[in-house]
Design a protein around this ligand. Sequence first.
Ligand code: GRG
Length: 289
Amino acid sequence: MLDRQDRIEKTLNAVLPAPELAPTRLHAAMRYAVLGGGKRVRPLLAYGAGELSGADARRVDRAAAAVEMIHAYSLVHDDLPCMDDDVLRRGKPTVHLAFDEATALLVGDSLQSLAFQVISEKSMDDDAQRQVEMIELLANACGSRGMAGGQAIDLEATGKTLAVTELEFMHVHKTGALIRASVVLGARCGDALSHAQFNELDRFGKFIGLAFQVVDDVLDAQSSTATLGKTAGKDAKNNKPTYVSALGLDGARKFAAELRDDALRALDALPRNGGRLRQLAEFIVLRRF
Ligand code: GRG
């Protein structure tokens, strides 16, 4: 994990515009938003899947950087006063406080564009058709039928009670779609998997993406701001429907473990029983931050 976290940090550092490049304030804010923080779960998943499909790690670097920049953009926008209005992210003041609101908006916009630029570059793939499919996959995962759509549902759901199926629909899109895409994009960087194995990997991504959000709900309810590096207890304070409000703390923990088991079963068909993805599934469910 440490090796891969170091690798993605270096890749992100290299693909982000240098801070002395104009417009310097925007570039400094983009680097502030992305570098030196976060667990890098999505890149780790991409690397884990890439190892299974025999991918060249330099290709996976680009896929991993793209998903992490999309993720960082979503956090910056989510923290804005017009959305979750938060002051702390990854243990630091949120981008709109460290810089200003307009800059935070542009940071998100620019990170999203840069993500697509990074996976569109020629060095990413020698198979143009496959590369276009990867770009399409990422676009679907973060657009209105993916992450942004899930966020829209989340904003509408504030103050409402949702049935577990509605909650699942929201989170499969808001959080799950990008996590699933991280797994699939990592795998698409190589070609050693059969069609059936690839489908199982996709199922793994779906289950572990939802498990990630269930655990996020549990941590928000039971952990501290200092441990999380972001404001804890916000869901209850903002009257948001969560897996904890729907199932209770124990019920949510149990559900996360079930999803982890489903995810692990999907890995049975893969080389080395899923290798590092097995460990990552455990990490996602057992993490404390
Ligand atoms: C603004 C288009 C748009 C979308 C926002 C994903 C999202 C949608 C908002 C993030 C808000 C949030 C706290 C969602 C819960 C799950 C989540 C994505 C948590 C943060 O991800 P981690 O734990 O964060 O991977 P680090 O900092 O470790 O990268």
